[in-house]
Ligand binder design. Structure first.
Ligand code: C2E
Ligand code: MG
Ligand code: MG
Ligand code: MG
Length: 284
């Protein structure tokens, strides 16, 4: 395992500089304390539905407010959490924060769905569906407000158990999204036999669309196949208006990306949503 520094930050742990493994142990203990001690926070990125022009949901992205390092991004601690057996408690915490936020927005008159990313160990954890149901009930929320994002690789690893856990979640009404689609080797025809509701095309393809007919044809054919299989099609990593226009023309259902909004802390997201709403009123 090695979590390299990203975005100019310092890796929480780097095993290449740690012959004794002592630093890893320290990093694990810090992360364990951070999870239970309220140091995880969520930023939310809007998911814009192109059919209605409305933000109907958000994706929750975890950050760690590290006591000395400042805000640490998931690239720098998710693998450590997974390898150290902390993923069950991390995901429970993230789902709890996301649903509490969703409840609070609903209480203020704004229903938003929320998507949470899950890791391989969550999908082989027989406790996980019950835990999700418990948290939904605790916040008095219908299961349809929650979508779980899984990557293709998760579904290939311990396939039968992962499909079993996902089926229970899906049967309970939770949405299931295939995240970063196209970076693995699974066929869409196969994935569509799994209990999934949404396909999220990886931003590598979306980013290449502008100026590349080949990339655009990959997007077009994936979108058509997703729709033929009854899946909602989401494009992530939309960074410019041209790409947004093309996706709208092609019939893409939902977009996410810096061109719409970066992931924001909840107060900033709320302000951003309010501003959009008043702009719409101004147009009327
Ligand atoms: P992801 O689920 O594919 O999330 C999208 C990542 O792309 C996010 O990075 C987001 O900030 C970034 N992004 C969004 N729009 C754009 C854009 O237009 N251009 C570019 N270049 N990037 C964009 P972030 O927040 O650093 O998260 C990275 C990954 O960490 C996520 O990828 C997800 O796999 C994982 N992750 C995040 N939160 C959680 C969590 O709560 N649990 C687990 N297990 N994994 C998480
Ligand atoms: Mg995601
Ligand atoms: Mg993604
Ligand atoms: Mg990703």
């Amino acid at each position: 395992y090695s979590a390299k520094a990203g975005r100019g930050g310092v890796a929480v742990y780097d095993d290449e500089r740690d012959g004794s493994g002592r630093h890893r142990l320290e990093a694990v203990e810090q992360l364990r304390a951070g999870i239970s001690g309220g140091q995880l926070v969520l930023h939310y990125q809007p998911k814009l539905a192109l059919g209605t022009g409305e933000v109907e949901g958000v994706e929750a992205l975890v950050r760690w407010e590290h006591p000395t390092r400042g805000l640490v991004y998931p690239d720098q601690f998710i693998e450590l959490a997974e390898s150290a057996g902390l993923m069950a408690s991390l995901t429970t915490r993230v789902v709890e924060l996301a649903l509490a936020q969703c409840r609070s927005w609903a209480d203020q008159g704004r229903w938003l769905t929320v998507a949470v990313n899950v890791s391989p160990s969550n999908l082989v954890d027989e406790q996980f569906p019950g835990e999700v149901a418990r948290l939904l009930a605790a916040h008095d929320l219908p299961s349809g407000v929650l979508t779980l994002e899984v990557t293709e690789s998760i579904l290939m690893e311990d396939r039968d158990r992962a499909v079993g856990v996902l089926t229970r979640l899906r049967d309970a009404g939770v949405g299931v999204s295939i995240d970063d689609y196209g970076t693995g080797y699974s066929s869409l025809a196969y994935l569509a036999t799994l209990p999934v509701t949404e396909l999220k095309l990886d931003r590598a393809f979306v980013g290449e669309m502008a100026g590349s007919p080949r990339a655009e044809s990959i997007v077009t054919s994936t979108l058509q196949l997703a729709h033929a299989m009854g899946l909602s099609f989401v494009a992530e990593g939309v960074e410019d208006q041209g790409t947004l226009d093309t996706l709208t023309f092609l019939g893409c259902d939902v977009v996410q990306g810096y061109h719409v909004s970066r992931p924001l802390p909840p107060e900033q997201l709320w302000a951003w949503l309010s501003e959009r709403a008043s702009e719409e009123l101004a147009v009327l």
